[in-house]
Design a protein around this ligand. Structure first.
Ligand SMILES: Nc1ncnc2c1ncn2[C@@H]1O[C@H](COP(=O)(O)OP(=O)(O)OP(=O)(O)O)[C@@H](O)[C@H]1O
Ligand SMILES: [Mg+2]
Length: 392
């Protein structure tokens, strides 16, 4: 890897000797032994086969690659998220990160680790949805040699690898029900047994979980254990979809363009106002990930100069503003009009659009809309009445 080591990097080979292929220890692995700095003695009976070791190491190294990736956002809603991260990072409370796909849940999990005193230990992600359910238990808790066909050597699990660090259970909603009870015990008692073993293991890891599905609905349907849900949901962090924080879009665009310029030596100067307006208006079902991908595509195809509306994918052109709509970034999209414009009328029109957007967002709940607009409810009601604003 051609980058500087960061505080969160894990040097598996250096800290823990997992090279010897031996059975699990006869006596249970005591947490106090582990606490003695991951000494070889604590784990020298634990084993990984060479290929498995390489895989685990590669995955964990990959997972630490962007631990220092900047988190961009200036919207009020993201400020609250940043504040919450700062407040809870250095506690051991379980955090449940909720949000649509691509909203930055993994970035939050990494930030929580990075801002905690656990940062010098491992950040260990597990994608519960991507690992076949029959392998997930072994992946999490490890297994002993001969635990099942093909288990030719013992292997430590992710709970052990994350000892004193952070275990990130991604896509927790996809956790098979059969495993949920074991996870609950591991969270509550910090104890578990590797597959095929009766020996109890301990791990002092901080657990952060994430999901893009409605866990409460899954609980109601009986697909997710209620007790596990409450155990995970000690501190929920909700990541809003990008369409609810459009003011962050220009910042994110600049951030990604700078990133790709630096990484690939592009010389992109930015986006024209019209191109940027289209990106601000688009609904971004894939959230920040989709925006990042589009920025990457635009940078690759353009290479240098200013990205114009013609460079933006055709499917986004329907989000071009017309002249009748002031829009969020559409005002004076072609510069200040030669013929001038009536200030008061334009401001009222723009204000109406903002009020309508806030009302749409809150399903015409005037209290909430007034809060979003940081204005008095009575003033808002007056404006709605006086200007005849109505739902579409
Ligand atoms: N606020 C942000 N600032 C900078 N980059 C961001 C931000 N939010 C997300 N990203 C980037 O967007 C991409 C998607 O983020 P991430 O993987 O954290 O999303 P996710 O919520 O875990 O998605 P999924 O549910 O699909 O796994 C990543 O490349 C991440 O670095
Ligand atoms: Mg993710």
């Amino acid at each position: 890897m051609d980058r500087e080591k960061t505080a969160g990097d894990v040097d598996l080979a250096g800290d823990v000797d997992l090279t010897e292929s031996q059975d699990w220890p006869e006596s249970s692995l005591e947490i106090t032994e582990l606490e003695n700095g991951w000494k070889k003695s604590a784990l020298d009976n634990a084993a990984l086969q060479a290929s498995e070791r390489a895989l685990a190491q590669e995955q964990i190294m990959a997972s630490t690659m962007n631990l220092d990736a900047p988190f961009v956002g200036a919207s009020a809603i993201m400020h609250k998220v940043f504040e919450l991260i700062d407040k809870v990072a250095d506690t051991d409370s379980t955090v449940l990160i909720l949000g649509e796909s691509g909203t930055g849940k993994e970035l939050v999990a990494r930030a929580l680790h990075q801002k905690s005193t656990r940062r010098t230990k491992a950040f260990v992600p597990v994608n519960c949805g991507a690992i076949p359910s029959e392998l997930l238990e072994s992946e999490l808790f490890g297994h002993i040699k001969g635990a099942y066909t093909g288990a030719n050597a013992s292997r430590v699990g992710r709970f052990t690898l994350a000892h004193q660090g952070t275990l990130f259970l991604d896509e927790i909603g996809d956790m098979p029900t059969s495993l949920q009870v074991k996870i609950l015990r591991a969270l509550q008692e910090k104890q578990f047994e590797p597959v095929g073993s009766t020996k109890t293991m301990k791990s002092d890891c901080r657990v952060v979980a994430a999901t893009n599905i409605d866990l409460e609905a899954q609980v109601a349907k009986g697909n997710f254990r209620e007790d596990l849900y409450y155990r995970l949901n000690v501190i929920p962090i909700h990541l809003p979809p990008l369409r609810d924080r459009r003011e962050d879009i220009p910042l994110l665009i600049n951030h990604f363009i700078k990133k790709f310029n630096d990484k690939k030596n592009f010389r992109i100067e930015g986006l024209s106002r019209e191109a940027q307006d289209v990106l601000i208006r688009y609904s971004w079902p894939g959230n920040v990930r989709e925006l990042e991908n589009i920025c990457q595509r635009l940078c690759i195809l353009k290479g240098e100069g200013l990205i114009g509306i013609d460079d933006v994918p055709q499917k986004l052109h329907q989000f071009r503003s017309d002249n009748s709509s002031m829009g969020l970034g559409g005002l004076m999209k072609d510069g200040f009009p030669d013929e001038g414009l009536p200030l008061e009328e334009t401001v009222v029109q723009f204000e109406n659009e903002l009020i309508l957007k806030a009302l749409e967002k809150t399903r015409w709940n005037k209290n909430k809309a007034a809060q979003l607009l940081q204005m008095n409810r009575t003033t808002l009601v007056e404006k709605i009445k006086k200007r005849g604003l109505q739902p579409e």
